[in-house]
Design a protein around this ligand. Structure first.
Ligand SMILES: [Zn+2]
Length: 231
């Protein structure tokens, strides 16, 4: 903490805004320190507690292996916390001077989990961008979706994260991301609205500013019907 105060004083003298960065790094470290990763045994015990809370007996035969299986499933569902989508795109983009048409990948399968109930969000993602000079293999765009989807999410944040990452790394003239998804927390519990899907979008650059570009993109992906909520 002393170091931070000294840093702040020095910043004021030199006019160099270093303190903000230091504080940012410091608080990140503190958060990480506070969040000790529980052991596998602790995680399995927590699942056992939830089974009891639901009203069943975790020692009956059918449930004996369930805590272990659930913890393994969580490793798959939330593998995205251990991957860096920016690095994924940065190491694989290619420079190209002669391609300036819209690139669209539609109907990318989406499997995520809502951060409010930890139940599935299932749907599809459409991505379009207008390259300036960097392009990336289409499988890498699907991987970026996967890395963000395999975290606890809300659809609006997920939509924005995918678009912002593509914008940041590929620096295209524009990017558009549209997600259509059904939330099982809405369809199987609470308000119980089966068949309802939510559409979110994030339009950047020419996809935001140029109605022709946006229309072309929306027409290629088949004009999602519901009112689009901007992320
Ligand atoms: Zn939910």
């Amino acid at each position: 903490m002393d170091i931070l105060i000294l840093g702040a004083l020095r910043d004021r003298e030199s006019g160099y805004d270093m303190n903000k960065e230091l504080v940012g790094k410091r608080s990140q470290n503190t958060d990480a320190d506070r969040r000790r990763q529980p052991t596998r045994v602790e995680a399995e015990a927590a699942v056992r507690t939830l089974i009891e809370w639901a009203g069943d007996d975790p020692d009956r035969e059918g449930l004996l292996g369930t805590p272990e299986r659930v913890v393994r499933a969580y490793e798959e569902f939330f593998a995205g916390y251990h991957e860096d989508p920016v690095a994924l795109l940065t190491t694989t983009f290619q420079e190209t001077a002669d391609y300036d048409e819209m690139i669209v990948m539609r109907d990318i399968r989406l499997e995520s989990h809502c951060e409010h109930h930890i139940v599935p969000i299932l749907g599809k993602v459409h991505i379009g961008y207008l390259p300036s000079d960097r392009v990336v293999g289409i499988s890498k765009l699907a991987r970026v979706v996967e890395v963000f989807a395999k975290r606890l999410q809300i659809q609006e944040t997920l939509t924005a994260q995918i678009a912002d990452t593509i914008q940041k790394v590929l620096q295209p003239q524009g990017v558009g991301v549209v997600i259509e998804a059904a939330h099982q927390c809405m369809t199987t519990r609470g308000v119980r609205k089966p068949g309802v899907s939510m559409v979110t979008s994030r339009m950047l650059g020419s996809f935001r500013d140029d109605p022709t570009t946006r229309r072309e993109f929306l027409s290629i992906i088949g004009n999602p019907r519901s009112g689009i909520a901007s992320a």
